[in-house]
Structure formats: structure tokens, C-alpha cells
Design a protein around this ligand. Structure first.
Ligand SMILES: Cc1ncc(COP(=O)(O)O)c(C=O)c1O
Length: 396
């Protein structure tokens, strides 16, 4: 009896939740007019709620001690693509996605994504860093996988909306933590013959993440991988889930062997440095030049492009973007991996099939040039150093 009662109450709650999520999530297939009216009402209610919450305290999270994992936040953004058009998009509370068993993303991995951060600057603003470049890169990824483009201005607006909604999860200045923003898009309708899907979802989830390096950046040891990351003329230059699925075996085996990361070489000749599974390389020569590999099969890292600008325009360094041979790495003074997660991770040692290449910068600290680059770029991001026009997008 008690069981039946509990079950019925649970069912009621679930049904109620379903009803609520039905109300908040526009269904593909609803008429444009009725969707727009519902969205207008939902958005008005949403902003009213946000207004009431705006004096709300930050979430009770130990910001200095969270790791790089998923912590569910209150709001996410979703827009549906159907009949050749994106709907208006909206903020929702439901973190779960229900898909048909034959959805394009499940069968043929038609999914792309981006990664950026929102953080609190020294003067208390919530900002993002160069989101226009993430919008542009998502567009390039979509085109390569025959997916519809989510307009760049709408991408930036959606990022703003979802960060503002989750303001309580944006870590305070000085905590070292940030709100990681993950825009992603996938084919959602059933596809059994190999072809692009016709319906898509563009979504953005957010999750607070801790400082990448607790207690300061320690140089890492990487190995030259026997696995390839990207085929010539393949998909290495876009941010598609498929590139990461195939890197999992390589990273698990690198970790098993005691290495932090893989250095991938160009698959055609295996003589040139490409990148790691999640970051571009940046080297410093013994005469203080910054050198970064140029290749059509690496992901165009926004951090690397920003560091190149900082090196030239802020630090007056000479920069070369060119092919980098594995054979010249042993002559380098410093090496770092650049990406959104850590900005720069210093590399102390590279192991090429038993042959150790020990960078003169050593295993205890970042090299001096890498450190200057790191401090300047993080200074720009945090509002301590004046940013180039358009780099910092203030949300609040
Ligand atoms: C393969 C790969 N290379 C490089 C990067 C660094 O790119 P960004 O600086 O835009 O984060 C990432 C991370 O996004 C990545 O996944």
C-alpha cells in the first residue's frame, strides 16, 4: 500500500515535471507562431525570475577546491533546427535530452562542439574571452560535417543568456575557478542510410570548473604518439566529437605508461609536430623566438592565436608560424601546450620512443618566456592588463 502510494506520488511528480519541461521546451513541429508566443511568455517569466534572483548569493561551492568535472548548473540554452530553419531558442532547466534510437548523432557521430569560459574580472564584471572566434570555429566545424550553421551573432547572444542565467555559478575573482561553457550541436532525427541529419539541436551547457593547476603549473612529460590524430585532408582542423573519440585509446595508453599527454605528428610523414589531443604547441628557441607549428590538420586554437598576438604586440617578440620538425625540438629552450583549459601547460620532457628530450626550462617551473606569455594573457583575461579591442565581452 505504502509502495503504491509512493509510486503514485513519484509518478505525479514526474508527470508534473514532464509537463513543465514540455511547456518550457519548444517542440519541433509546433507552428512558428505558437512557438513564438510560448517562447515570449516563457522568456518574460524567465527574466522576471532572474530579476528576482539577481540579488541572489553565489552557490555554496568551495570554488578553490573543485576539479575539472561536470557540476550541473540550473540553466542551459537550446535551439532546434527543423524544416531548414532554427527556431528562436530559449533557456531551459531540463538537463536531459531524449532522442530517437536512430538519431544521426548516435549512429554516425554527427556532432561538433566548442569550449570557452566565463569568469569574474578584478573589477567584478562577468566576461567571456573572444567568443566571436568560437562562433566562427563552430561555423567551420558545421560546414565540414554538413550541418546547418548557427548564426554567429545568435551564438554570442546565446552564450550571454546562458551565462547570465547561471550567474550564481560564475566563480568569484581570485578563486582560480571559472564557468566552463560548452556549446554543441548534433543531428537529432533518425538516420539509417549514411547521410546528414535533417534536424539538429544547438545547445549550450555550463559547468563551474576549478583551476587547471592547483598550486601552480608544473611542467609535464609527454610522449611522441604512434597513433595519428588526424588524416591529411581529414577533420583535424575542426572541433568534431569524432576526433576526440579516436584519441581516447591513445590518451588512456599514454597515462598507463606514465605520460601526461601525446604529441601527435603529421600522419603523412611522421616528421612534423602537430598538436596534442587538446592543445596546440608553442616553442621558444634559445634566442628567444616564439615558434608555433603551422598545419592544416591542427585545431586553430584561440589561445594560441591570442598568445601569438601577445608575443608580438605586447612583448615585442619575434614569432614564427611554420612547420616544426620533430628533429628540431631538442634545440628548443621552452615548450608549452596552449588551450582554453590551462592557457599554457609547460612541457618539461618529451619522450620519443625511449629517447628523452629534456627542455632546458626543466621540470620545476615554466620557462621565463612561457611565463611572461602566460602572465600577460591571463592579465588581459582577468582585466589587470588592457585588452585589445573586442577581446573581452562583458556580460554583466
Ligand atoms: C585538439 C585541440 N587543440 C587545441 C585546443 C585549444 O584550443 P582553444 O585555445 O581554442 O581552447 C583544443 C581545445 O579546444 C583542442 O581540443
Amino acid at each position: 500500500m505504502i509502495f503504491i502510494l509512493t509510486f503514485s506520488v513519484k509518478r505525479l511528480i514526474i508527470e508534473n515535471e514532464l509537463e513543465q519541461s514540455d511547456r518550457s521546451a519548444p517542440k519541433p513541429g509546433e507552428s512558428a507562431r505558437s512557438t513564438a508566443v510560448t517562447e515570449e511568455k516563457d522568456q518574460a517569466a524567465f527574466y522576471q525570475k532572474r530579476k528576482e534572483e539577481s540579488s541572489m548569493e553565489k552557490k555554496n561551492i568551495d570554488w578553490g577546491n573543485i576539479g575539472f568535472g561536470y557540476i550541473q548548473t540550473d540553466y542551459r540554452y537550446v535551439s532546434y533546427f527543423k524544416n531548414g530553419a532554427w527556431d528562436n531558442g530559449q533557456i531551459t532547466t531540463d538537463a536531459n535530452i531524449v532522442l530517437n534510437e536512430c538519431a544521426g548523432v548516435l549512429q554516425y557521430a554527427q556532432t561538433i562542439f566548442e569550449g570557452l569560459k566565463a569568469y569574474t574580472t578584478e573589477d567584478g564584471h562577468i566576461v567571456t574571452f573572444r567568443p566571436d572566434l568560437n562562433a566562427e570555429r563552430l561555423e567551420q566545424s558545421a560546414q565540414r560535417l554538413e550541418m546547418p550553421v548557427f548564426p554567429r551573432d545568435r551564438f554570442i547572444d546565446a552564450v550571454n543568456q546562458v551565462v547570465a542565467a547561471n550567474e550564481a555559478f560564475v566563480p568569484p575573482y581570485g578563486s582560480g575557478a571559472t564557468l566552463y561553457i560548452r556549446p554543441y550541436m548534433f543531428g537529432s532525427n533518425p538516420v539509417i542510410g549514411v547521410k546528414p541529419a535533417e534536424e539538429y539541436q544547438f545547445r549550450i551547457l555550463t559547468t563551474p570548473v576549478g583551476p587547471y593547476f592547483k598550486g601552480g603549473a608544473k611542467p609535464i612529460t609527454i610522449r611522441v604518439s604512434d597513433f595519428d590524430r588526424a588524416a591529411p585532408h581529414g577533420t583535424g582542423h575542426i572541433k568534431a566529437g569524432l576526433n576526440y573519440a579516436m584519441s581516447l585509446h591513445a590518451i588512456v595508453s599514454a597515462h598507463k605508461e606514465g605520460y601526461d599527454e601525446n604529441m601527435y605528428l603529421d600522419p603523412a610523414t611522421r616528421t612534423k609536430v602537430e598538436e596534442t589531443g587538446g592543445a596546440n604547441f608553442l616553442f621558444v628557441t634559445k634566442d628567444g623566438k616564439v615558434v608555433t607549428p603551422k598545419s592544416s590538420s591542427i585545431l586553430p586554437s584561440i589561445t594560441r592565436r591570442s598568445l601569438v598576438y601577445v608575443a608580438k604586440e605586447y612583448l615585442g617578440l619575434e614569432v614564427e608560424e611554420r612547420e616544426v620538425l620533430l628533429s628540431e625540438v631538442s634545440d628548443m629552450a621552452e615548450c608549452g601546450l596552449c588551450g582554453t583549459a590551462a592557457v599554457i601547460s609547460p612541457v618539461g620532457k618529451i619522450v620519443d620512443h625511449g629517447k628523452e628530450i629534456c627542455l632546458p626550462s626543466g621540470m620545476t617551473e615554466m620557462g621565463p618566456v612561457t611565463k611572461k606569455l602566460y602572465e600577460t594573457l591571463t592579465g588581459i583575461q582577468m582585466g589587470r592588463i588592457e585588452a585589445p579591442e573586442g577581446w573581452i565581452h562583458v556580460i554583466k
